[in-house]
Design a protein around this ligand. Structure first.
Ligand SMILES: NC(=O)c1ccc[n+]([C@@H]2O[C@H](COP(=O)([O-])OP(=O)(O)OC[C@H]3O[C@@H](n4cnc5c(N)ncnc54)[C@H](OP(=O)(O)O)[C@@H]3O)[C@@H](O)[C@H]2O)c1
Length: 280
């Protein structure tokens, strides 16, 4: 790398993002002249921010709540899978052209490799935002027979069902706790893709105490801060195999870096340094 590289994360509040910590630890340890900054932006300034980015030295951005979907029409190129998913979590500024990708779904899939007992029968996804779209697409790539997602918003449900019309066995349902609990009983994997459980909702769980789970069900909370959400605590007490969002965070970041710095990336060291700093 011959010139300084600037990267960052673009989102609304960015209060609980661990991305800067993870990237800067790696860049620092390997003496790479790369910076990673927070870019909190108000919704009505998003377009202006992106037009400035095109001519800036920022070559890459992660995108988080609430811009993963909103940002799509403002980009110059969309990777075909990000287009299908309808959400972008990585931007590459390639000589003034902003290109959008989705590494949330590849990161999510990678984290499931270790669960060789996981049956691809029934999957349950709580939420219908940018992350949920990637998760649903990822689960369909794993060939789950039934994928049910829940949202409070009918418009979002219909939009996702329309976008993912090619996924057989996909159901979108109104957020009703009794219905969610009923589906949980037969789910092989339950994914929380809502922010319920992270600040300022850290004392809440998307589904409270009285739920039942299948034997060996995986309960996966995309939240990584706190590491063990109330939902995961409850699921663990019922014998579930639990996973938080830390490994997905690491793998989606690794894929982002691959897009930004390609051959200069040392994959093995990135994983090692990220686990070191995130588990500290
Ligand atoms: N580990 C990782 O690498 C990683 C990557 C991406 C995201 N995440 C995490 O995943 C979560 C979702 O992110 P996102 O980007 O998809 O956000 P988003 O686009 O804002 O979507 C959030 C979804 O959660 C639903 N929701 C919000 N509050 C709710 C509540 N009180 N009860 C029920 N549903 C509620 C939303 O509303 P509707 O009901 O209106 O649909 C929406 O469907 C966040 O916690 C984020 O930090 C983690």
């Amino acid at each position: 790398m011959d010139k300084k590289i600037s990267l960052g994360i673009l989102g609304g509040k960015l209060r609980s993002s661990l991305s800067p910590l993870m990237f800067e630890h790696y860049f620092g340890r390997f003496k790479l002249d790369i910076s990673y900054k927070l870019y909190p932006v108000a919704s009505d300034m998003l377009s202006f921010f992106l037009s400035k980015t095109r001519t800036s030295d920022i070559i890459g951005l992660n995108v988080t709540i609430p811009f993963k979907e909103k940002i799509i029409p403002l980009l110059d190129y969309l990777d075909p899978e990000a287009k299908i998913i309808g959400a972008v979590n990585v931007i590459h500024n390639s000589k003034g052209r902003l290109k959008g990708y989705n590494t949330d779904y590849t990161g999510f899939l990678k984290t499931l490799d270790k669960y060789d007992f996981l049956k691809t029968g029934n999957a349950l996804v709580l939420g219908a935002g940018g992350a949920a779209r990637g998760i649903i697409y990822g689960l369909s790539r794993m060939k789950f027979k039934n994928i049910t997602f829940f949202s409070r918003n009918d418009e979002k449900i219909n939009k996702i069902l329309g976008n993912f019309h090619f996924i057989s066995g996909l159901n979108g349902e109104q957020w009703k706790i009794e219905k969610i609990k009923e589906k949980m009983k037969n789910a092989d994997i339950v994914v929380n893709a809502t922010p319920v459980g992270m600040f300022p909702l850290e004392n809440k769980s998307p589904v409270e105490v009285d739920f039942a789970l299948k034997k060996k069900a995986i309960v996966y909370d995309l939240i990584y801060n706190p590491k063990v959400t109330k939902f995961l605590k409850l699921a663990k007490s019922k014998g579930a195999v639990v996973e938080n969002g830390l490994w997905m965070l690491i793998y989606q970041a690794l894929e982002s870096l691959r897009l930004w710095i390609g051959e200069d990336l040392n994959e093995e060291f990135f994983i090692k340094s990220s686990t070191e700093v995130l588990n500290a």
